[in-house]
Design a protein around this ligand. Structure first.
Ligand SMILES: Nc1ncnc2c1ncn2[C@@H]1O[C@H](COP(=O)(O)OP(=O)(O)OP(=O)(O)O)[C@@H](O)[C@H]1O
Ligand SMILES: [Mg+2]
Length: 238
């Protein structure tokens, strides 16, 4: 396996809004290793979610190349991108996008159901719901769960894919512990650390909380105005 699981070469994303252009990402170059834990920090509007969308194959760059686990995803067709997302990406986003008519257990199962037999899928879904502290909420619909509980279902759903991805899993989290109390949040951070270590899954965690870097013992990447801030700029605070 290639050591760098993620390579971005000169990646830009420009949104065109009528006459306006918004440069959300400006020539980003980045390399991330398999199994690395990254915290991505930066002010509101800096380009963090845009970067996650490109890495997750939800959106394509205006220019530049993105390679994930040896696959050039910036040139994939919509069908190929859908397959990439399903097999290799776990999303934990600000808007949880759980299916409202499915229970917590079913919401996790549906993300992995094509990867194995029914009983095996159930076992794995249970394992991860228990790991995020929701073993007693399996049959609740999203509307019967608190915001933080819903968020934990999405975390279980993302992590469950790891059982099938054999190290080739990219987990993208946008403020994963934002709606969760500190103690539960800390448990989830421990789980993230374990999964990164045991399964070599690669995590990118967007946060406004610099404490997360300490708790996750992650590599911190700063973004500002669509650009990665260099270590030198960080030291000089420019
Ligand atoms: N679909 C879109 N169309 C036009 N402009 C967009 C679109 N999505 C994002 N932008 C702009 O791109 C810039 C980066 O947005 P992005 O959502 O990546 O910021 P962010 O760092 O995630 O911020 P926050 O911390 O507030 O979530 C912003 O200026 C935003 O207004
Ligand atoms: Mg955002």
């Amino acid at each position: 396996m290639e050591e760098q699981s993620l390579i971005l070469n000169n990646v830009s994303k420009i949104y065109t809004m009528g006459e306006y252009k918004v440069t959300a990402l400006d020539n980003v170059n980045l390399q991330i290793k398999s199994g690395e834990l990254i915290t991505l920090l930066g002010p509101s509007g800096a380009g963090k979610t845009t970067l996650l969308n490109l890495l997750g194959g939800i959106d394509s760059p205006t220019s530049g190349e993105i390679k994930v686990f040896g696959e050039l995803i910036s040139t994939l067709s919509p069908d190929e991108l859908a397959d990439y997302r399903k097999k290799k990406v776990g999303f934990v986003f600000q808007f949880f996008n759980l299916l409202s008519s499915l229970t917590a257990l079913e919401n996790v199962e549906i993300a992995i159901e094509t990867f194995g037999k029914k009983e095996e899928i159930r076992k794995i879904a249970l394992k991860y719901l228990e790991a995020v502290g929701l073993g007693d909420r399996l049959d609740h619909l999203p509307s019967e769960l608190s915001g933080g509980q819903q968020q934990r279902v999405t975390i279980a759903r993302a992590l469950a894919k790891e059982e099938f991805a054999m190290g080739n899993l990219l987990i993208l989290m946008d403020e994963p512990t934002g709606n969760i109390d500190e103690e539960t949040g800390d448990q989830i951070l421990e789980l993230i650390k374990t999964i990164a270590k045991d399964y070599n899954a690669t995590f990118i965690v967007v946060t406004h909380n610099p404490l997360l870097t300490q708790k996750l013992q992650s590599r911190e990447i700063h973004i500002r105005n669509g650009k990665i801030v260099t270590d030198l700029e960080k030291q000089l605070k420019i």
